[in-house]
Design a protein around this ligand. Structure first.
Ligand SMILES: *Cc1c(COP(=O)(O)O)cnc(C)c1O
Length: 401
């Protein structure tokens, strides 16, 4: 069945037929508790009625009008998104379709800003080792993991990777003569859920501001409420104790509840850098994605729901810390990683294989990062009972590991 696909994914042996809330059902009727939301893409779970309604209503009006015209629903979405991101200093948005595309847009924005203000030669973008920024030739260059760099060179020039947490290395790398911007995940996702320290972000914010280097947060995985604040960067303070402000923020993954979408948000310094013809995307701002995004935004900006995300995350992390087989637990809100002795992928396979109709037993969907880290990104709508159920399965698998 999978032989027509290029061999780019190690797909687990389960084929889904439908979903309901935090549950997915395979083609044989077996049930799986979703602790991954795709990869943080379905914050409202599956078949969430207001989301289904918004998407079908929009589909009955129009699917697409190109960006040479205006769309009521796309404009409404962009306005709500900017409201949500204004505390982080965001003023204007460019709508894209994916994370990599959003980061590409951010890099273009940084380069043009610097070129217009300082002339050529100041185009380097600094990122962190272990970061993940996408799969295009440029966003691979930005990604600070050598494993992704094999076989695909030459890459876009002008990317430098430094060790996160190393303030001396940061100070050295952020050279005001050659560097246009710094791109950073507040919580590194793909490399195993690694939140940046307050100290490091404060140093980043200070040095970027002093040297007019654009501070760009890749919130593709950690944004949209995932960590208990709308953006993860909102949990960090600058060296004066004020909330950190960004120059650029990128979003994607959960932004439209499972419909492809991405966004480049820009603050005061850069929001008018692009002019007509500088950038574009045929599908960017798709009306169906915008209709879905409006529903996600309403939820992900609700202070009650955000508090619940934090509480549920704490509950999960506290329980995992009690488990002797678990070596380390890291996370913010419902973005959690924990290290185990054994192979994380083996655990994920066992979590799926556990689903059994005769035994009336369900499976569990989780993610791995590297060899030994299990990653949990449950939908925001998960309830305490489902969390307990998932923890029960994890305990069982950890003990029999
Ligand atoms: C997933 C991800 C990307 C890439 O997004 P795509 O939609 O797969 O292109 C970029 N940055 C981060 C932090 C991500 O988690």
């Amino acid at each position: 069945m999978n032989s027509v696909f290029m061999n780019t994914y190690h797909r687990l042996p389960v084929t889904f037929a439908r979903g309901e809330g935090c549950w997915l059902f395979d083609i044989n009727g077996k049930k799986y508790l979703d602790f991954s939301s795709g990869i943080a893409v379905s914050p409202l779970g599956h078949n969430y009625p207001p989301l289904v309604r918004a998407v079908t209503e929009q589909a009955g009006k129009y699917f697409h009008v190109c960006n040479y015209y205006q769309s009521d629903v796309t404009a409404a979405f962009a306005e709500k998104l900017m409201e949500a991101c204004s505390p982080a200093g965001m003023k204007k948005v460019f709508l894209a379709n994916s994370g990599a595309e959003a980061n590409e847009g951010a890099c273009k924005l940084a380069r043009k800003y610097s070129l217009k203000k300082y002339g050529p030669g100041r185009h380097t973008i600094v990122t962190l080792r272990g970061s993940f920024h996408g799969r295009t030739i440029t966003t691979l260059a930005a990604t600070g993991q050598d494993i992704f760099h094999r076989d695909f060179g030459p890459f876009t020039e002008g990317f430098v990777h430094i060790q996160g947490g190393d303030i001396a290395a940061l100070d050295k790398a952020l050279d005001g003569k050659t560097v246009a911007g710094l791109l950073i995940e507040a919580v590194q996702g793909e490399s195993g859920i690694l939140p940046q320290t307050q100290e490091f972000i404060a140093a980043v914010a200070k040095l970027c501001a002093e040297r007019d280097i654009l501070l760009m947060f890749d919130e593709i995985q950690c944004g949209m409420g995932r960590t208990g604040t709308f953006l993860a960067l909102q949990q960090y303070k600058d060296s004066s104790g004020n909330p950190v402000k960004a120059d650029v923020v990128t979003l994607a993954k959960g932004i439209a509840g499972g419909i492809p979408a991405g966004a480049v948000l820009a603050g005061e310094k850069v929001c008018d850098v692009f002019t007509v013809g500088d950038h574009g995307s045929t599908f960017g701002g798709n009306p169906i994605a915008a209709a879905a995004g409006l529903v996600v935004l309403k939820m992900a900006t609700d202070s009650g729901l955000l508090a619940e995300i934090s509480r549920k995350g704490e509950m999960l992390m506290a329980a995992l810390r009690q488990q002797p087989e678990v070596k380390e637990v890291r996370g913010m809100g419902l973005m959690i990683g924990f290290d185990i002795e054994g192979n994380a992928r083996t655990l994920l396979e066992a979590a799926i294989a556990r689903a059994d109709l005769a035994k009336n037993q369900c499976g569990l969907l989780a993610l791995s990062a590297g060899t030994n880290t299990v990653r949990l990104l449950p939908p925001y709508i998960i309830n305490d009972e489902e969390i307990e159920q998932g923890l029960g399965i994890l305990r069982e698998l950890l003990v029999s590991e």
